[in-house]
Design a protein around this ligand. Structure first.
Ligand code: ZN
Length: 378
């Protein structure tokens, strides 16, 4: 992981050689990476695969493998509100890369340094939840794989428990933990699903006074759910990031600066993480040097470069996609460029974006047409 462009080029050339479906896409667009991918600027012309092609209903997921089906270790699947998950073949080597990314983010995630309180089930529970066999390989939730790669402390507390076929939040346990730590400024990390944390805090608001957990607490959300939908959870409305941070910050007594959010999706390999900026009233996501993001115009799909520009998020992966055609992926989530080279809040030298969310309604239908694939049915 020294030179992103060189490594990305190697990954893409191999994908071109080993995945006939991807080669077909490239040939159709007159793109041959052996000829047309020579310098960093060329990365914008690399053909991308829409995440919708990985949907079960598209029946393409076996064609998007780069290795023989019998050599994959598992299918990682997205949590799906519609019953039409993405299905991505992975081997252990790709999953280990996810652990390496977590290690690289150690400074931000602060794993192992504190009492961890997690609004997800234990990794093993999450991985096997609704697991099934497809072509003789087990499916596991991508979130379970992410949790697995995180290596939580032995004494981490998982507030989400499986009861029969349902996942339930143990609100009593959460209440006990925050009461026990009230006013003590302990090093805690509160991690997990945004809607679950938001719901839990809103429910406790009705039955107890706010607490003050202090400035040593990290609130690390991940796995999406800002649109109010996550797996089987459906909320009345989308969650505004500012409302979430202000509400949780006030009720638990944690500074707004201590909130971070990680973003990724099943077809991608590296997470991007944003820190909340009270000034911008949003999370500012830093693009790490081991990945690349291109924001593309929603109608024309042309790459955009100016602060304020809004479009689809495309991820370029140099690492961790050796099993499937994940080197260049576009997702129907919308991002906004904040800066191409420096975070305006903390001044780190990196591309910085905001995540706006999923397109809705008529606009979404237009996007399905733009991406030339069927959108997820709402
Ligand atoms: Zn920053």
């Amino acid at each position: 992981m020294e030179n992103f462009f060189e490594d990305f080029r190697d990954n893409l050339l191999e994908q071109y050689d080993t995945c006939p479906a991807y080669k077909y896409l490239c040939d159709n667009q007159g793109f041959d990476p052996n000829i047309h991918l020579n310098k960093e600027e060329d990365m914008e012309s690399v053909p991308f695969i829409a995440t919708t092609l990985f949907k079960k209903s598209a029946q393409m997921f076996t064609s998007l493998l780069r290795v023989p089906l019998e050599t994959i270790d598992k299918w990682t699947v997205s949590s799906s509100t519609s019953g039409d998950p993405s299905i991505v073949g992975r081997r252990k080597c790709d999953l280990m890369q996810m652990e390496r990314f977590n290690e690289l983010n150690r400074g931000i995630f602060q794993p192992g340094s504190s009492q961890e309180c997690v609004f997800y089930p234990e990794p093993e529970v999450m991985k096997s939840y609704k697991s099934e066999m497809i072509y003789g390989k087990r499916t596991e939730s991508y979130m379970g794989n992410l949790l697995d790669s995180f290596h939580f402390n032995e004494d981490a507390i998982f507030f989400v428990k499986q009861k029969g076929n349902e996942l339930m939040v143990d609100l009593g346990e959460f209440k006990r933990v925050i009461k026990t730590n009230d006013g003590l400024s302990h090093h805690l990390s509160l991690r997990g699903s945004t809607p679950l944390i938001y719901n839990a805090v809103n429910e406790l608001k009705d039955e107890m006074e706010p607490v003050k957990l202090g400035a040593n607490v990290l609130v690390h959300t991940g796995g999406g759910g800002w649109d109010g939908k996550k797996g089987t959870i459906t909320m009345d409305a989308a969650i505004q990031r500012k409302d979430f941070v202000e509400c949780v910050s006030q009720f638990l007594g944690i500074p707004e600066e201590n909130f971070i959010d990680s973003y990724s999706f099943t077809e991608n390999s590296f997470p991007i993480t944003g820190h909340y900026s009270p000034k911008y009233k949003d999370y500012l996501f830093h693009i790490p040097k081991w990945g690349q993001v291109i924001i593309r115009d929603i109608k024309t799909l042309k790459p955009l470069h100016n602060p304020g520009d809004i479009g689809f998020i495309q991820m370029l992966n140099a690492y961790g996609t050796s099993t499937f055609a994940g080197a260049s992926i576009i997702v129907d989530d919308i991002g906004q460029i904040v800066s191409m080279d420096e975070c305006p809040d903390c001044k780190e030298k990196c591309m910085t974006i905001k995540i706006i969310g999923r397109v809705k309604g008529a606009e979404a239908k237009g996007c399905g047409a733009t991406l030339n694939v069927e959108g997820e049915k709402q």
